[in-house]
Design a binder for this molecule. Structure first.
Ligand SMILES: Nc1nc2c(ncn2[C@@H]2O[C@H](COP(=O)(O)OP(=O)(O)OP(=O)(O)O)[C@@H](O)[C@H]2O)c(=O)[nH]1
Ligand SMILES: [Mg+2]
Length: 314
């Protein structure tokens, strides 16, 4: 199955919710914009808000549709929604000029050599590391994992299993030990072997637990000590199912640790996949990858245009 088919299937809950609420999207825009047909746009407004797209973005989408030069509602909507998934500056510029950029995936090549993966419990950090390991391997990079979750007894084993399957070495720590020690060892090993990429797993934690956040800061600090300038990337994994709540988590993690990117998982588990819009808009961080299932190939770089087309095209 191609990625686009996977994406469509993965987004089917959101896709259904939006398409059902909106009705036939093939309708001519001139008809929709007539005063007596205001329903379609009102329905669209409710549907977008219901899908967690957010009020501000929804208002802008409706505004863009009203002044769109497209002939039918579907094309106008696709363009307007795609724009909402562009970074702020680009969105403003393109809305002013009245057209959609030819959206390309942002670069997902890590800036440096070490990526730290963080997030609350159960969002998909460890499995995402495995998927990323394979993704970057396929791009020709040599990869290492660090089992920085020393808190949960099974966590190291879980990563080890993935590592075995992918022939990726996993630097393990002592169960119950200091995660910073594992990170330090792994960063040192990566540097001495000149491996292209080290992905560091961490234990799930709530953003409001002070000590656990301090622990993450320490992991980051010691990696920098072992390999100055690293980790060049700190990616937050967010579970799409947690919706607005996830957004709050993300803000707090960003304030405390400083994030360089976001990965949204489990879009297949929600009808509120519109949450990616406020994630992009409000965090001002690049959305690197999205996950729509448990398989290796169910995690791919995020592309705004592709995402929106998967929601609305046949
Ligand atoms: N349906 C679906 N399941 C996913 C996705 N990503 C991860 N999962 C599942 O989510 C569950 C938790 O994944 P983990 O990777 O263990 O999550 P974690 O963040 O490492 O969890 P802790 O280490 O306990 O904090 C697993 O069953 C994964 O297969 C996704 O995109 N879609
Ligand atoms: Mg884990």
């Amino acid at each position: 199955m191609s990625w686009l088919d996977r994406l469509k299937e993965g987004l089917s809950k959101t896709r259904k919710a939006l398409n059902q609420a909106v009705g036939p999207l093939g309708v001519e825009l001139v008809d929709v914009l007539q005063p007596q047909r205001i329903h379609t746009l009102e329905d669209l407004e409710y549907a977008l808000i219901g899908a967690d797209v957010g009020r501000v973005a929804t208002e802008e989408i409706l505004e863009d549709i009203r002044r769109s030069e497209h002939k039918n509602l579907k094309d106008a909507l696709i363009e307007a929604l795609t724009l909402q998934l562009e970074p702020d500056a680009r969105r403003a510029e393109f809305r002013k000029m009245g057209f959609t950029p030819d959206a390309k995936r942002g670069s997902v090549m890590p800036k440096g050599r070490v990526v730290m993966m963080i997030g609350v419990n159960g969002v998909g950090k460890t499995t995402t590391i495995a998927k990323l390991g394979r993704y970057y391997q396929q791009k020709g990079l040599s990869v290492m994992f660090a089992a920085g979750d020393t808190f949960r007894a099974a966590a190291g084993t879980q990563l080890e299993v993935w590592g075995d399957r992918l022939s990726i070495e996993v630097i393990q720590g002592v169960p119950g030990g200091d995660p910073a020690a594992v990170a330090f060892d792994a960063a040192t090993a990566r540097k001495s072997r000149n491996t292209d990429l080290l992905l560091i797993d961490t234990a799930g934690r709530l953003h409001n637990k002070h000590n656990l956040m301090e622990e993450l800061k320490k992991v980051k600090r010691v990696v920098d000590k072992a390999d100055p300038g690293e980790p060049a990337e700190v990616w937050l994994v967010l579970d799409a199912v947690t919706g607005q709540n996830g957004l709050l988590q993300a803000k707090k993690f960003h304030e405390t640790i400083g994030l360089t990117g976001v990965i949204v998982t489990k879009l297949d588990g929600t009808s509120k996949g519109g949450i990616v819009v406020p994630i992009v808009r409000e965090l001002g961080l690049p959305l690197k990858f999205i996950g729509v299932g448990e398989g290796y190939d169910d995690l791919q770089p995020f592309d705004a245009k592709e995402f929106v087309e998967a929601l609305f095209l046949e």
